[in-house]
Design a protein around this ligand. Sequence first.
Ligand SMILES: [Zn+2]
Length: 390
Amino acid sequence: MRFRCTVCGTVFEKSYMATCSSCGPWGVLEVEQTLRLPEDTGDGMERFLPLLPIDPSWPRPNLRVGNTPLVAARRLAAALGLRGLWLKDEGRNPSGSIRDRASWLAGAHSRMRTVATSSSRGDSGASSAVCCASMGSLAVLFVPRETSRARLAQMLVHGARVLRVQGGPTDAQHLCDQAIRELRWYNCNTGTNPMLVEGLKTCGIEIAEVQAVDWLSVPVSDGAVIAGIWKGLKEAYRLRLIDRLPRLLGVQTHRDTTVYEEWRNDGDSGPARAPRVDPQRSEGGVPRDWRRAVRAIAESGGRMVLVSDDDILTAMTLTARLGGVYPDKHAASAVAGLSKLRPGGTAIALITGGGWRDADSAVAAGAQPIDVPNRIESVLEAMELSNWGI
Ligand SMILES: [Zn+2]
């Protein structure tokens, strides 16, 4: 196994959990190893052991991660003008998000050490907490003030130490980076630990094993998920598990446009650098893996779109009502992006996380009960007042 800098191309033979020594913090490394087919047997991540940077003798989190359903959503496809649409439901993972694929690998690598992670919405933190609980290691999580109650509850109930940092996501990231450097804690951040993208790539391989489509729509935050999925798809293509690659549709919101701006300005060139958008202006914090995200979208012949909060809330209810899958707000942007682009043909929307951790967004989208007195007439009145179609 080797590590190649995604900016200058330097190859490192040593096992790294950090970035390129020449390019500094923006020289994200990528794992290079011999391509191997997944096992025929084994559940979830266990089936991918031959493809992952892990010694099979190491203890691993005793959790069922991966092997998530690819749900055919015919009515939602029709509503979006698509010939076919499938929802890759990553909300079925133990912590309810795709980040479990990375944290499962981190759990195996960290083996009883203290681990540290930070993330803007709290998905990576909640996921690290679950996997560390399974391994008996301690998770220290750096979260910004606006982290949702549901995700905080997940972190705390699994025994993580949660440090709510003054300021925004970028401040939480900086303090986390400093703790990793100075206290030698294991780096569980997918944007800077090259091992963890390897966990995320398993989702791309699972998709390739089941369904070839024209478009794959992916919500973009720190860039690691879309980079990992693309790596998995490319490996599946080289292993002949799939005979064509989809175009990637990267979706960001008007409040988090960093990767979008770099994609629009063709930012995948030149020396290592921070993205051009001021991180304090961007709700998602600094996307450490922005360059690989931009590169993946360009390589696939894909594109990016920006969606609004209203687009996302509409997509959340449409996905739940017409597709039977309940996405969180970030995940719903995958469907909102398809609704905005309306590319036709066939598509998969990557539902990166489950909506049960994001009830406030569902309420904001109009999910309200009808209060009624305890008598049958009130049921008839409710039926008359709101058109139920029965
Ligand atoms: Zn470099």
